[in-house]
Design a protein around this ligand. Structure first.
Ligand code: ZN
Length: 672
C-alpha cells in the first residue's frame, strides 16, 4: 500500500469510528468516549484530509462547518407533501378526534403513539446510498427552501447513515423531522449574544428557525441546533411498516436520532399520556408545547388519509399556556457588559409553571414601546423556552388612570454617561468609558496587544481589579503598586513585578494605539490610525466638530457620530486627561517624507525572529509604507520570514523584490 492508500483506509476507519460515537451520543444517549477523545479522532481526520484533499468528501464528518454564504436559498419540491398537524386544546377536542377515527376505521378502540411536541422547525432530508445529500424546510408543504449546507452543521444529524448489523440501506431515503434547540444550548446561546452585545432570542423556536435560515452556513454552525426524525417517505428498498413505532425503531437502526414516544391504548390511554407529559414537561431537555397523538397502525392511517394540508390520523394536543397575571411594580434598566441598556419589569412575585417569577425582560426599547408596559399595569407573564420570563400582554382594562408610558433614559443609570442607539436601532448603549458595568471588558481591551499592549493583564486579572474596586477607570491602572497587586488572589511576587514593568513600558505608546485602546465602538485599529493622523493630540478631538471628524479618511457618518459623541462626553475627556496626567505619552504619528518605504506597497509573509507581524506592519506604516495582504504586480517588496509559503512563490513568479529579515531590518535602520 502506498501512502495515499494507507491514508484513505485510515480515513474510512475514522469516518466509521466517528459515526459510531455520534450514534452512541445522539441516538442512544450513552457515549463511550469523552469529548476530548472524540475531538482527537476528528483532528486526526482533519490532518489526513489536509494532506490529501481528495479524501475530503462531502459526507466527511469534518464538513460540518459549512461552505460559502448563499445569495438566496434554492427551492426543493417535496416528493410527498409535508403536512402540518391540526391543533386541539381541550379534552373535548380529543374526544372528537378519537370518535371520528373510530367511526372511519370501524373499530371500537384505536392504538395511538404519543410524542412530545417540539417547538421547532419541520425539515425533510434526503439520503442517497446512505449519504446525506439534501435538506429542505417545509415551506408551503409542496415546495421548501434548500438548507442543505446549514443542516450539515448540525452535529446530531448523521452525514452518512449508520446502519446497525443486518440493516440494508435503501438507495434513496427521504425522512422528515424537526430541528430544535435544547434548553441548555438556548441559554448558552443567549449568554453569548449578551456578551457580544447582540439582541437576545425571545424563545428557542425563533432561535432555531432564524439559525436554519441563515444565508451564511458559518453562522448556523455557531448555533447549537439539534434534530429528531419521525417520518419516512415510502420508496424502493424502504420496508413496509405495520406500525409507526416500527418505523421509528427502523430510523433508529439507521443511526438517526428519534424523539421519545409512548404507546397509548384508546382515549383513556392518551389522556394518561397527556397528564404524564404535562406534568413532566419541565424535566425534558427541550421545550415542548404539547403532545403529538398519532394512530399507530399504518394501514389505518392510509384509510384515514388527509383533509386539506393536515392528516386525519394525527393531531397536536397543545398544553395550556403557562401564563399568570401579576402587577408591574416598577420598570428598571439593566446595563450589560457591552453597555447595552435592557429594560426589565420588576413584578409582584408570581408562580409560573412551578417557578416564582419576579422579573421579566422587556428586551429593548422597541419591544417595550410595542407592548407599552407601564408601571402599575396588570400583565400576563409566561416563561419562554422555560427559561426567560416574558410579558405577553397588558390588561388595559386594569390600567391605572394616572399611568404614563415608560420613558427610556437618555443616560446610563449606572454612570450617567449619554446613552445612544446602535446603528440598527435595536439596542441603546451607554457611552461612558469608565462605566463600572462595562469596565472589565474595557480594561481587557485597553490592555490588549494592538492597544496599550500591557503584558500580563488578562481577563481574570481585569475582573479581579474591578471587583475589588482597585480600578474604576483606565488611569487607576497606572496608580497600582506592587503592594496593591500582592493583595490579589493568586498573585505572586514575580507576576506583580512583571505587571508593574509592563504598565510602565506601555506609557510610551503611539496616538494610534492610544485612540484604539479607548474602546470607542466601531473604532478598530485602522480607524484609529486614520484618526491619529488627523488628530495627533487627543485634546483636539474634544473640540472637533462632527464635520471635522467626518472628513477623516474611511470614517462614515455613523462612525463620525459615535466618535463625536464619545469625545463630547465629559467622563471620557476626564478619563483621557487622567491617563495623560498618569504619564502616558502617545507619540504623534510621524509623517515620513523620504526613505525607501514612502508610498510603497509591502507584503509580509512567514515568521520573523526579531519582531511580530504587527510590529513589522507598524514600522512600515510609520515610514509611510502600506502593508497589503496579498502579492500582486503592484507590490514593491515582499518581506519573507521563515517558512514563507505561497506569497513568496507568487513574488518570485511576478519578479517582485524579496527581502529577508536581515535586509528588512537594515532598511528600517537606515530610515529610522
Ligand atoms: Zn454607564
Amino acid at each position: 500500500m502506498d501512502d495515499f492508500q494507507k491514508a484513505a483506509a485510515r480515513a474510512r476507519e475514522l469516518h466509521r469510528e466517528l459515526a459510531h460515537h455520534n450514534y452512541r451520543y445522539y441516538v442512544l444517549d450513552s457515549p463511550e468516549v469523552s469529548d476530548a477523545q472524540y475531538d482527537k479522532l476528528m483532528r486526526e481526520l482533519q490532518d489526513l484530509e489536509a494532506k490529501h484533499p481528495s479524501l475530503q468528501t462531502p459526507d466527511s464528518p469534518t464538513q460540518r462547518v459549512g461552505g460559502a454564504a448563499a445569495e438566496e436559498f434554492g427551492e426543493v419540491v417535496h416528493r410527498a407533501p409535508m403536512l402540518s398537524l391540526a391543533n386541539i386544546f381541550e379534552d373535548q377536542g380529543l374526544i372528537e378526534f378519537d370518535e371520528r377515527i373510530r367511526k372511519l376505521v370501524g373499530l371500537p378502540g384505536i392504538a395511538y403513539v404519543c410524542e412530545p411536541k417540539l417547538d421547532g422547525l419541520a425539515i425533510a432530508l434526503r439520503y442517497e446510498k446512505g449519504a446525506f445529500v439534501q435538506g429542505a424546510t417545509r415551506g408551503d408543504g409542496t415546495t421548501g427552501e434548500d438548507v442543505t449546507s446549514n443542516l450539515r452543521t448540525i452535529r446530531s444529524l448523521p452525514m452518512s447513515l449508520f446502519p446497525q448489523d443486518g440493516v440494508k440501506v435503501p438507495d434513496v431515503l427521504e425522512v422528515r423531522g424537526e430541528v430544535f434547540i435544547r434548553k441548555k444550548d438556548f441559554q448558552k446561546l443567549n449568554e453569548k449574544r449578551e456578551e457580544e452585545g447582540e439582541p437576545l432570542f425571545a424563545n428557542p423556536r425563533n432561535a432555531a428557525a432564524g439559525s436554519l435560515r441563515q444565508l451564511d452556513p458559518r453562522m448556523t454552525a455557531a448555533r447549537p441546533l439539534s434534530v429528531f426524525l419521525y417520518e419516512c417517505v415510502p420508496g424502493e428498498g424502504v420496508p413496509v411498516f405495520k406500525t409507526h413505532i416500527e418505523k421509528l425503531e427502523y430510523l433508529k437502526t439507521l443511526g438517526l436520532p428519534i424523539n421519545q414516544y409512548r404507546r397509548a391504548e384508546g382515549l383513556e390511554g392518551v389522556r394518561q399520556a397527556y397528564d404524564a407529559s404535562l406534568k413532566g414537561r419541565h424535566e425534558l431537555p427541550f421545550e415542548v408545547d404539547g403532545m403529538v397523538v398519532k394512530v399507530d397502525d399504518e394501514d389505518q392511517r392510509k384509510r384515514l388519509g388527509q383533509v386539506s394540508k393536515s392528516p386525519r390520523w394525527a393531531v397536536a394536543y397543545k398544553f395550556p399556556p403557562e401564563e399568570e397575571s401579576t402587577e408591574v411594580m416598577d420598570i428598571g434598566i439593566q446595563v450589560g457588559r457591552t453597555g447595552a441598556l435592557t429594560p426589565v419589569a420588576h413584578l409582584k412575585p408570581v408562580k409560573v409553571g412551578g417557578v416564582t417569577v419576579a422579573r421579566a425582560t422587556l428586551h429593548n426599547e422597541d419591544e417595550l414601546r410595542r407592548k407599552d408596559v407601564r408601571k402599575g399595569d396588570t400583565v400576563f407573564v409566561r416563561r419562554a423556552g422555560d427559561v426567560i420570563p416574558e410579558i405577553v400582554s397588558v390588561v388595559l382594562s386594569k390600567r391605572p388612570a394616572d399611568s404614563a408610558p415608560f420613558e427610556f433614559p437618555k443616560h446610563c443609570p449606572v454612570c450617567d454617561a449619554v446613552a445612544t442607539k446602535d446603528e440598527d436601532g435595536a439596542i441603546i448603549r451607554c457611552t461612558g468609558a469608565s462605566c463600572p458595568a462595562q469596565l472589565v471588558e474595557k480594561i481587557r481591551h485597553f490592555a490588549s496587544r494592538l492597544a496599550m499592549d500591557i503584558e500580563g493583564l488578562g481577563d481574570k486579572l481585569a475582573a479581579q481589579l474591578v471587583s475589588t474596586g482597585r480600578v474604576k477607570a483606565f488611569a487607576d491602572l497606572y496608580a497600582l503598586t506592587k503592594e496593591n497587586l500582592l493583595t490579589l488572589e493568586r498573585m505572586g511576587d514575580k507576576s506583580a513585578d512583571n505587571l508593574i514593568a509592563s504598565l510602565e513600558r506601555s506609557k510610551q505608546t503611539t496616538q494610534r494605539r492610544f485612540l484604539y485602546s479607548l474602546g470607542i465602538r466601531h473604532v478598530g485599529d485602522a480607524t484609529a490610525k486614520a484618526l491619529a493622523e488627523a488628530f495627533p493630540q487627543s485634546e483636539m478631538l474634544f473640540t472637533a466638530s462632527l464635520e471635522d471628524i467626518s472628513r477623516v479618511k474611511d470614517v462614515g457618518p455613523i462612525m463620525a457620530q459615535v466618535i463625536h459623541t464619545f469625545f463630547q462626553e465629559p467622563q471620557n475627556q476626564e478619563a483621557i486627561r487622567a491617563l495623560l496626567a498618569a504619564g502616558v505619552q502617545p507619540a504623534a504619528p510621524q509623517v515620513a517624507t523620504g526613505g525607501p518605504f514612502v508610498g510603497k506597497s509591502v507584503v509580509l509573509t512567514g515568521a520573523m525572529t526579531g519582531m511580530t507581524r504587527e510590529q513589522a506592519k507598524e514600522e512600515v506604516e510609520r515610514r509611510g509604507g502600506k502593508v497589503a495582504g496579498s502579492v500582486s504586480r503592484k507590490t514593491d517588496f515582499v518581506v519573507a520570514g521563515e517558512d514563507a509559503g505561497s506569497k513568496l512563490k507568487k513574488a518570485q513568479e511576478l519578479g517582485v523584490r524579496i527581502l529577508d529579515e536581515h535586509a528588512f531590518l537594515q532598511m528600517l535602520q537606515t530610515n529610522a
